[in-house]
Write a protein that binds this ligand. Structure first.
Ligand code: ADP
Ligand code: MG
Length: 682
């Protein structure tokens, strides 16, 4: 059904939605909210601190004044709460406001906080009477991933209409999950799940809906994986023997390898020299030293005369690996040659790399997944290492294998802690090694869990660290302001910070949607010490290494999963100096504090993820996604272990024929596999 058949969507909106990948009513129905606006109890003005969105209760102490600057009308008032705190409130082009607002009458006010003339101010707030807000408090409104030019209100309205259409009525008929599976595993009807994700009836229904969507996603993933039949381990291939020069190189490092590193290096040596295709996952916490373990294998292959590839998820990370490895190679005169290949290089630079590669002048090619996978021709590729792989590279393996020659050995490194049972389900036929030991740290990181009122202190602290020559990260949950979302965003925060900190402090910002070249530039500047404070989303979560950074401050830390917070913490404490981690959370419920407290008491990623899950329980309503790990849309690695087991069981039963499907069900499943294969298997 066409979008323009919905009231409120004209040609122009249709085009905008089209650009965002929403082509018809069905797409709209499966555009799930990224969050829900929760009407929280108001805070006092003192408590809102530097938040970028706030809900407060109080009175206007004087009449609203209006002035005009050219064509702009600016209305201004002063709002005061019971605790005596006060804040300036500003509306633009709302001249009527001075006639509607009454002084001395209590209101609840929701709006974004900015900083003007060294003081906080609330811009364009929405006003509620106490009675109105009472009704709203605790309610949920969907917040959709927005497209420029299309308001959340419009999307909400259209989704409401879409839920009344024929298209919606047919959702269950087209369900690709077989009826028998749905019944046996207690899954919600697809239609109810869709409805409840947009407009949750209550918490239980919402949880059921989330479970249902998570199940179908992981079910399809497992089904596709099992059918793809990449049983690499049984294939024979070339042998890579352990090389004494690699051993000498490792001995020449300024530190001793941990026992865990030595153990995994041995396991890999056995694999690579076995005559069968290696397919091994190396799990190890942040900072456990995975890079060197993989490097040992890469070097063995290179010394044996083969080419290898090291793939990273981002250009920033690829560039960093390249720098590190080239430096080590030079220092120890290994005679090996690494090269970097990234999307932001010029065509000429890329050409030079391609040529050198085909001539066999490059031993280790380092780059991002996409690049190495698509365009490159190796002369004799024998080993591929993937760093921080978010999915399991099934298509990558296929693509590389399809390039002819013998199937290359595959090593995947991941810092994502996954329980063993889940790893078996998700990684299929891969062997798993765990680096369960960290190099002895010089100084443990100091952790603090604080609320918004701590900001002045925190900024003073960061200023002092910068003056001492160090650097800091500040992490916000959101990229930019999003209507109604009560969480810090990088754009506004950076502006606010420029006002709050001394102008001599160089502030930079980094977000996912920036072009890769821009991200590279910012990260390089930060690496080189040309940026003192980096305001960022969790894009810095994965693997980045800037040893001079000593402060990690996370805004609205309660919005992140503990595994993510732990990864973020891993960005500091990498140098010789004392490092600090500051988790800012305004949710001071005992649960929230206890939850964040786990981070204080443990430094072990596996343990932390497990405890987080225990505390949160399954299906807790949390807006910003818990974990970006493995980039599933609905399936949450930590939350949905049980769901994965059930889905895996269902797939096995279907494939073995013990759960018979009707011809129609088989077709529906087949069709779904074909249409989503490329988005599900990466
Ligand atoms: P990760 O497992 O997070 O990828 P890295 O491989 O980036 O960790 O290693 C983190 C840092 O620890 C690097 O600077 C690396 O040189 C250093 N390192 C690795 N192994 C050891 C060790 N055995 N002792 C001391 N430092 C080590
Ligand atoms: Mg790493």
């Amino acid at each position: 059904m066409q979008l323009t058949q919905l009231k409120g969507i004209g040609k122009k909106t249709e085009e905008l939605l089209e650009k965002a990948g929403i082509h018809d009513v069905m797409d709209l129905l499966f555009l799930f909210p990224r969050d829900y606006e929760v009407f929280y109890p108001p805070l006092t003005i003192g408590e809102i601190g530097y938040k970028t969105f706030a809900t407060i209760r109080g009175v206007f102490t004087q009449e609203i004044t209006e002035r005009r600057v050219k064509k702009l009308s600016i209305s201004q008032g002063v709002f005061q709460d019971e605790a005596g705190g006060s804040v300036r409130v500003v509306w633009f082009n709302a001249p009527f406001i001075k006639n509607t607002v009454k002084t001395g009458v209590p209101y609840v006010l929701r709006g974004r906080v900015s900083r003007k003339y060294q003081a906080r101010q609330i811009d364009q707030p929405r006003l509620y009477s106490l009675a109105e807000y009472d009704l709203l408090e605790g309610n949920l409104q969907p917040i959709y991933p927005l497209t420029k030019g299309v308001s959340n209100q419009l999307i909400t309205k259209c989704v409401r209409q879409a839920l009344q259409t024929e298209a919606f009525a047919r959702i269950d008929e087209q369900d690709f999950i077989p009826e028998s599976v749905r019944r046996e595993y207690g899954l919600m009807l697809r239609s109810s799940a869709v409805r409840n994700l947009h407009f949750p009836e209550d918490k239980e229904a919402y949880q059921k809906a989330v479970q249902r969507m998570s199940f179908e996603e992981i079910f399809l993933f497992i089904y596709l994986m099992k059918r793809s039949g990449t049983h690499t381990k049984e294939q024979t291939t070339l042998r890579i023997p352990a090389d004494p020069r690699t051993r000498a190189f490792l001995k020449g490092l300024p530190f001793e390898l941990t026992d865990a590193q030595k153990k995994v290096i041995k396991e890999l040596q056995t694999d690579l020299d076995s005559g069968h295709v290696t397919s091994r996952l190396i799990q190890g916490d942040v900072g456990s030293g995975k890079t060197l373990v993989a490097l040992a294998s890469l070097m063995d292959a290179a010394f044996a005369g083969y080419q290898t590839a090291l793939m990273a998820p981002t250009e920033v990370l690829a560039a960093q690996h390249y720098e590190t490895i080239q430096k080590l190679f030079r220092e120890q005169k290994t005679g090996l040659n690494a090269a970097l290949l990234t999307g932001s290089m010029t065509a000429l630079e890329k050409k030079a790399v391609y040529n050198a590669l085909e001539d066999g002048r490059i031993d280790i090619l380092i780059g991002t997944h996409a690049l190495i996978q698509e365009k490159v021709h190796f002369s004799n590729l024998a080993l591929v290492v993937t760093d921080e792989q978010h999915r399991f590279g099934i298509r990558q393996r296929e693509a590389l294998a399809a390039k002819g020659g013998s199937t290359p050995h595959m090593i995947v490194m991941s810092a994502t802690p996954i329980p063993r049972t889940l790893a078996l389900i998700l990684y299929g036929d891969m062997d798993v090694s765990v680096i369960d030991e960290l190099p002895a740290r010089r100084l443990p990181i100091k952790n603090a869990v604080v609320d918004d009122s701590f900001h002045e202190n925190a900024y003073r602290f960061i200023t002092n660290q910068v003056k001492a020559g160090h650097q800091a990260y500040i992490i916000c949950p959101l990229v930019e302001y999003s209507e109604g979302l009560d969480a810090a965003n990088v754009e506004d925060y950076t502006e606010m910070l420029r006002q709050a900190l001394d102008p001599s402090i160089r502030i930079g910002k980094l977000t996912g949607p920036m072009p890769p070249a821009k991200k590279n530039e910012i990260m390089t500047k930060f690496s080189n010490g040309e940026i003192d404070v980096l305001v960022s989303t969790t894009v810095v979560e994965v693997g980045v290494d800037v040893p001079n950074a000593t402060v990690m401050m996370v805004e609205d830390a309660n919005r992140f999963g503990l595994a993510t917070l732990h990864q973020l913490r891993g960005r500091v404490g990498r140098g010789a100096d004392q490092s600090y981690c500051i988790f800012v959370s305004n949710n001071r419920s005992p649960e929230a504090m206890e939850r964040l407290g786990i981070l204080k008491s443990s430094n072990n990623g596996f343990e932390i993820a497990a405890k987080d899950l225990e505390m949160r329980g399954p299906g807790e309503l949390m807006g910003v996604k818990q974990s970006g790990a493995l980039s599933f849309a609905n399936f949450d690695l930590y939350r949905d272990g049980q769901i994965a087991s059930e889905a895996a069981e269902a797939v096995d039963r279907i494939l073995s024929g013990s759960l018979p499907l009707t011809q129609w069900e088989k077709d529906a499943l087949q069709q779904q596999c074909e249409s989503s294969r490329n988005t599900i298997l990466l």
